[in-house]
Design a protein around this ligand. Structure first.
Ligand code: AMP
Ligand code: MG
Length: 480
């Protein structure tokens, strides 16, 4: 078994990327390997040394065609006309055992023509944060890129302090971003814009070819996938933190993890990115920002789209978001179908959770074991404010009584959508601190727990609890 390359993006030519090999930092070491991806990618015959060489950028496998991609993007609402891979290199596209074509992208692989003032490096802290979060979302069932490995080195890099240059190997369907289309559109390279759309349709949205205008269908399909993705984020309490258009994947996967945060106590105004002074990317603004970003994509595709296509696609975004979010919230409440007032039921619940600062994940997991008629005293997570929840539980009891499914089936269904384990910020922080001190065992522990977020895992009860006092409101550095 070996890696099977099919570097289709590289074949688009030099307007789309710059051919470039990684510049690996010295004395690399493995921090973690995601074993679940080794076999599907055809890496099971590689020795530890060969894997280290591959994951640290020291060996370029036969058939690879490493390159840095060009793109632009709207960052915090303002247009940056040229970004591009400033520290990541697409090693190549590989076919997995199911014949899916996947990007192998090495983040922290050194300077490129797009590095601007940057050093081309990533630090261990940011690699661990991406590794754990992408794995957490994947196992929750939320579309995301995945992480294959982290390696570190003894090359010093300057952030707030001196840290060690580290690399993350990311695996996903595509590194084409909304900003990739913006780049070709705003530089008026319309032939290239069309080429990029054709490539995207051919490889990621082949059904669009059947439409009268495939580019309209492409926009529609991307709006659909993006809306669905953001509905997941809202229902699971994930805040991305930097929804710039260069961080929006064209395949609708969660992409480019920076100062993200999982919601702990329910707060719709939660801002996980401490440099986001205006709260542009606050948790409750994500659906609107997703819409804004789709509009930016529509603007970029305008030279190829028919009149009215953008409007239709943006409506489709809204409808999809609302429908899908509603479906997820109904499931979280354990309702097998939806009736008129169900939206009020979860919206009023969210107001209560906000008002009483209740942990979002713990509440829904506790509710997953609820028996009709018990009332709020059955949930220890709201014991200090149970009275305030009485009227809501009266409505919930009445609603549950109108359901035909058995209680045990409801419990099972709810436990399959209300996770017990999420990546609490402090859990990532402990794993990072230990890893920075050379002990990667906690990183492995947290990774293992996040592989089964819906299981009870009684031996790991501690990881399902609220953060201890020191671990609340941690200021996560935005540098990476
Ligand atoms: P990000 O914040 O990781 O989404 O990156 C935004 C842009 O800045 C991308 O074009 C990155 O390639 C670039 N960038 C971020 N960090 C660095 C770095 N340390 N060196 C070079 N370019 C970087
Ligand atoms: Mg980015």
């Amino acid at each position: 078994m070996t890696l099977i390359f099919d570097n289709r993006y590289a074949e688009l030519g030099e307007r789309f990327s710059v051919a470039l090999a990684p510049d690996p930092p010295p004395n690399p070491e493995i921090v973690i390997i995601n074993d679940a991806l080794i076999k599907p990618l055809g890496l099971n015959d590689y020795s530890k040394e060969e894997l280290l060489a591959l994951f640290s950028g020291n060996s370029i496998p036969d058939g690879a065609s490493p390159l840095a991609m060009v793109y632009a993007g709207h960052q915090f609402g303002g247009y940056s006309p040229q970004l591009g891979d400033g520290r990541g290199i697409l090693i190549g596209q590989v076919e997995d055992i199911k014949k899916n074509l996947l990007d192998l992208h090495l983040k922290g692989a050194g300077k490129t023509p797009f590095s601007r003032m940057g050093d081309g490096r990533a630090v261990l802290r940011s690699c661990i944060r991406e590794f754990l979060a992408s794995e957490a979302l994947y196992h929750l069932g939320i579309p995301t890129t995945r992480a294959l490995s982290i390696t570190t080195s003894d090359e010093p890099v300057r952030r707030e302090t001196i840290e060690n240059a580290s690399l993350l190997m990311r695996v996903c369907e595509s590194h084409i971003r909304f900003g990739s289309f913006e780049y070709f559109s705003y530089t008026e390279q319309h032939n290239e814009l069309r080429q990029l759309c054709d490539y995207t349709i051919e490889n990621h949205y082949p059904e669009a070819k059947k439409s009268r205008n495939p580019y309209d269908a492409l926009l529609m399909a991307v709006c659909y996938k993006t809306a669905k993705l953001i509905a997941y984020w809202q229902a699971f309490g994930f805040a991305h933190g930097v929804m710039n258009t260069d961080n929006m994947s064209i395949t609708g996967q969660t992409f480019d993890y920076g100062p993200y945060g999982f919601m702990e106590r329910y707060d719709p105004y939660y801002i996980c990115n401490h440099s986001d002074d205006q709260g542009r990317y606050a948790f409750n603004r994500q659906p609107a920002i997703g819409h804004w970003n789709c509009q930016a994509l529509a603007q970029a595709l305008a030279p190829l789209n028919t009149a009215g296509a953008a409007k239709d696609a943006l409506h489709h975004y809204q409808d999809t978001f609302l429908t899908f979010y509603h479906t997820l919230m109904i499931k979280k409440l354990g309702l097998s179908s939806s009736i008129d007032n169900d939206k009020d039921l979860y919206e009023d619940l969210l107001d209560l959770l906000e008002g009483h600062r209740i942990d979002y994940t713990i509440f829904f997991r506790s509710l997953s074991h609820y028996s009709v008629g018990d009332g709020p005293s059955a949930l220890s997570c709201i014991e200090n404010c149970a009275d305030a929840f009485v009227p809501w539980f009266d409505r919930y009891n009445e609603r549950l009584r109108s359901e035909s499914q058995t209680e045990s089936n409801r419990h099972k269904a709810m436990c399959a959508v209300n996770p017990k384990f999420i990546l609490r910020n402090y859990l990532a922080q402990v794993a990072i601190q230990n890893s920075e001190a050379g002990d990667h065992s906690e990183l492995h522990n947290v990774h293992d727990i996040l592989k089964a977020p819906y299981d009870e895992q009684p031996d790991h009860e501690r990881y399902a609890k609220e953060a201890p006092d020191w671990g609340r409101n941690l200021q996560i550095s935005c540098s990476s």
